[in-house]
Design a protein around this ligand. Structure first.
Ligand code: HAM
Length: 432
């Protein structure tokens, strides 16, 4: 039997992948930019386990959400604990925040995270059962300026990666009062059309009508064309929050559209919600999204602090970069690749190899040379700068052959200067 990844999963390989978004070097590049941008904005990294008590997500993401209802990877451990692979990051971050009483150490908190999330969804291009997110959570500040900062951080992240053709959509789902008032008006509007709703929306009508706004069903969409807008039902405070956010976005000259249909598929949102979309992705065009979740911390047993964050799907970003042919900086290989011809040469070169590595200079070596030609092609494949070949005759003359793999130039140099020569080359070409 030949084993393959389970359905909806994929491997990230150092080489040999036909799709560049599945190459490790591409991921390293994205991760580096994520760290840089987070650092520039003053966010600190947080890492939580990939599974939690299932109850956490039930409370946070919501029992009527698709994520909890249909998509959670649930399992029971040997002690009969109900656990779940995390479908998203926010609930876990807030759980850790409360558990470790971080709210007692500071008043304002800014976290970022990178890691896998698990959702049992129907796989398709851009939709996986394990996907990665870069996310942030800012806790403690209610001012709309905080919302603008979070949106600007994500915008800068996309921008620094070189993404084009992306758009930002914003909305407000208001506070609890706004939502209750809207819910009444919205269900009143829908009631006469109930029979025409899709099966899924009929269920949502009872359990969580707002989510009907999310429906992809064309009949539902047509029905919704005359629906009331949540923005007309915002309380004074919610309206004020939203208009201040809009003013901040205008001042930043950050292009956006207001999409009053965005409610997002998780229950914890209040006030601002937003999504970035990529024109070059197919059906799964949501590049990243988030929103404010004032009221979520107390729901999980924490202090009454406001929060806002986003989650950005890494696969979709990298796929868009591949489609748009965004150049990824070239990752260089080792400075040298040693090719020994004989046992004595191998012993000598292995010493040099270890010496160079102890000096922090990337070096590698062929431990089983069959043909120089094939060792040289391996040196090229790993992007080595120089191939250094040592045979018995050269050893007697205390010389070594240097082959520059960028120019194919070949020359012999004294063995005794080898380490100094390589060290100088490394120093001159790399800032150390
Ligand atoms: P979400 O919208 O469910 O939000 O997911 C965030 C992003 O993850 C999506 O915009 C998408 O790019 C990516 N994504 C989601 N599911 C998949 C999948 N099956 N395959 C590939 N990519 C996927 C959240 O998870 C919230 N925790 C975001 C948040 C943080 N809100 C506040 N703070």
């Amino acid at each position: 039997m030949q084993y393959k990844t389970a359905k909806g999963l994929y491997d990230i390989l150092p080489y040999g992948s036909k799709e560049s978004w599945k190459l490790t070097s591409t991921w390293h590049y994205l991760e580096k930019i994520a760290y840089e941008v987070s650092n520039i904005f003053g966010y600190e990294e947080i890492r939580t386990p990939i599974f939690e008590h299932a109850e956490l997500f039930l409370r946070g993401v919501g029992p009527t959400s698709d994520i909890v209802n249909k998509e959670m990877y649930l399992f029971t451990d040997k002690a009969e604990r109900q656990l779940a692979l995390r479908p998203e990051g926010t609930s876990s971050i807030l759980r850790a925040f409360i558990e470790h009483r971080l709210f007692e150490t500071r008043k304002k908190h800014k976290f970022y995270y990178l890691g896998p999330m698990f959702r049992y969804e129907r796989p398709q291009s851009g939709r996986y059962r394990q996907h990665y997110q870069f996310g942030v959570e800012a806790i403690g500040q209610k001012d709309p300026c905080q919302d603008a900062e979070v949106i600007e951080l994500l915008n800068q992240f996309y921008h620094k990666l070189g993404l084009k053709n992306i758009s930002l959509e914003v909305n407000s789902v208001g506070d609890l009062t706004s939502r209750e008032n809207f819910k009444t008006a919205f269900t009143e509007f829908l009631r006469p059309h109930f029979d025409g709703l899709s099966k899924e929306s009929k269920v949502r009508f009872e359990k969580n009508p707002l989510r009907i706004l999310d429906s992809k069903d064309p009949h539902d969409q047509a029905l919704l064309s005359g629906a009331p807008s949540i923005l007309s039902y915002l309380s004074k405070e919610a309206e004020d929050h939203f208009s201040k956010l809009i003013a901040y976005l205008n001042e930043l000259s950050l292009p956006y559209t207001i999409n009053e249909r965005i409610v997002r598929g998780l229950d914890y949102y209040s006030h601002t919600v937003f999504e970035f979309k990529a024109a070059d992705l197919g059906a799964q065009n949501a590049l990243g999204g988030g929103g404010r979740y004032d009221g979520f911390l107390p729901l999980l047993g924490g202090p009454n602090l406001p929060g806002i964050g986003f989650g950005a799907g890494i696969e979709r970003i990298l796929m868009t970069m591949e489609k748009q042919k965004v150049p990824i900086p070239f990752q260089s290989g080792p400075l040298v690749y040693f090719i020994p011809l004989g046992e004595t040469a191998q012993k000598k070169l292995f010493q040099y190899l270890c010496q160079l590595r102890r000096l922090g200079i990337p070096a590698d070596m062929d431990f089983q040379v069959k043909k120089v030609h094939s060792s040289l092609s391996h040196a090229s494949a790993i992007n080595a700068r120089f191939a250094l070949i040592l045979g018995d005759r050269e050893l007697e003359k205390k010389l070594i052959t240097w082959k520059d793999l960028t120019t194919s130039e070949e020359r012999q140099k004294p063995l005794e200067h080898l380490i100094d020569d390589l060290r100088n080359h490394w120093k001159n070409n790399n800032a150390i």
